[in-house]
Design a binder for this molecule. Structure first.
Ligand code: FAD
Length: 407
């Protein structure tokens, strides 16, 4: 299909030719969550904004997010919910565009939503409603949207010039909002990092986050036939701990507890899993009348874990003997099962990309490059990554709004 810039809109005043040079106040590269919010905020302030997207539609990740219901924010969003080499960087933007601001937008558009758990807000209906809301806001703000726009080159002279296959775009400001590397099959590219490198901005090595972990061959053969079994655990690593579900997969471990801890895990480091959070597995043996046997221990362990996992774990980690010391060792192990994963399932399955454009390069207030005036980066391409639970969208909205108000 010929790649024509598709003007958003019925509402746009003029038809933009695909071959001429177009001038705007701001060019936003990437029509995902951050780019859309940035375009809306800048458009509302009267800026002439062009949003350039290489895919044939906007916000593909929004549409598939939260299992199709979009976990669009989290009521308890705090700077502590984000990973970054500078944990203070996100504070300013997060304080100036809060979950309440996004909720107000959702309510203005009468989108029904609910809190699922732990402050996570989801649409009652579909993520399509969030996309429709953002598209409607873009229309109202007069944003010009160009789909199927393959960017070939970005240069900077008196202005930024973006060369696409069909057109040339000029503007004094340029925003990189092309996201991270997760899920290449729906359009993720390294474009944002390449653009940053072109302007000599430092990058913190991108790595998959919120991603299932793959076990070493031995552990795989010990546990992976239990695919589909899940249990509430505490997964911990690098000073972080998450009490949520863990799921055994055909290659390793997943589920919210594992996805959360994966963002903090580094190759060859140990992860600890508490299989019986807040309970003692061996309490029953405090009673001298209770026979100290595998049958009794198995029955106790099965109260805390699905039977198949309890049985398997006991087969592989039975107490060395029935002395108090051996039982104490067993108890300790059950609360700190140590695993060194072989790796992760990679960007193909990662919900986010950790790392990215070094926050030292950007103003925390506006997301503008310190070295290159007029150049901004927002959203996932920046070295700020949210935990699971609506935090990544909140960062996209907040950083998008911060830049949109400064364009
Ligand atoms: C399966 C899945 C489910 C998720 N669910 C949730 C959730 O429920 N809650 C939550 O908070 N987070 C969720 N996330 C994370 C969240 O989607 C992202 O953190 C967020 O979308 C990042 O926004 P962004 O605008 O920075 O990047 P993106 O949303 O990735 O947008 C980047 C845009 O840039 C475009 N682009 C890329 N390269 C180019 C190029 N060269 N030229 C032009 N355009 C380009 C892309 O096509 C895309 O439209 C989920 C992620 C995945 C993968």
């Amino acid at each position: 299909m010929k790649s024509l810039p598709i003007l958003f809109a019925a509402l746009a005043a003029e038809v933009i030719s695909s071959t001429v040079t177009h001038s705007f106040d701001a060019l936003i590269l990437g029509g995902g969550a951050a780019g859309l919010m940035c375009a809306i905020e800048a458009g509302k302030r009267g800026r002439r904004v062009a949003l350039l997207e290489h895919a044939d539609r906007l916000g593909k990740k929004i549409l598939i997010s939260g299992g199709g219901r979009c976990n669009f924010t989290n009521l308890y969003c705090q700077p502590e919910n984000f990973l970054s080499s500078n944990p203070h960087f996100a504070k300013s933007a997060l304080a100036r565009y809060t979950p309440a601001d996004f909720i107000a937008l959702v309510e203005k558009h009468r989108i029904p939503y609910h809190e699922k758990t732990l402050g996570q807000l989801f649409c009652d209906g579909s993520a399509r409603e969030i996309m429709a809301m953002l598209e409607e806001e873009c229309r109202a703000a007069g944003v010009s949207i160009f789909l199927n726009t393959k960017i070939q080159e970005v240069t900077r002279g008196a202005e930024f010039v973006v060369q696409s296959t069909n057109a040339e775009f000029h503007a004094p400001t340029l925003v990189g909002a092309t996201g991270g590397l997760s899920i290449p099959k729906i359009g993720a590219t390294s474009f944002g990092y390449d653009l940053a490198r072109q302007f000599d901005l430092k990058i913190r090595e991108p790595r998959p986050g919120l991603v299932p972990l793959v076990l070493e061959a031995d552990d795989r053969s010990s546990y992976c036939d239990l695919t589909g079994v899940s249990a509430e655990v505490i997964a911990s690593c690098d000073g972080q701990r998450f009490r949520e579900k863990m799921l055994i997969t055909h290659r390793g471990l997943s589920g919210p507890a594992i996805l959360q801890i994966s963002s903090y895990w580094k190759k060859s480091h140990q992860i600890h899993i508490d299989l019986a959070p807040s309970t003692e597995v061996t309490t029953i043996f405090h009673d001298p009348a209770t026979p100290r046997s595998l049958t009794t221990l198995r029955a106790e362990f099965r109260k805390m874990l699905p039977a198949r996992l309890a049985d398997r774990w006991l087969e592989l980690h039975a107490p060395a003997s029935w002395t108090n010391t051996a039982l104490a060792d067993f108890e300790q192990q059950a609360h700190a099962w140590a695993i060194i994963p072989a790796g992760t399932e990679g960007f193909e399955k990662a919900e986010v990309t950790c790392g990215g454009i070094d926050t030292d390069e950007l103003s925390a207030k506006t997301m503008e490059s310190r070295k290159v005036p007029g150049l901004f980066f927002i959203g996932e391409v920046v070295d700020v990554t949210g935990q699971l639970g609506g935090f990544n969208f909140q960062w996209a909205w907040a950083s998008g709004a911060a830049a949109g108000r400064a364009l």
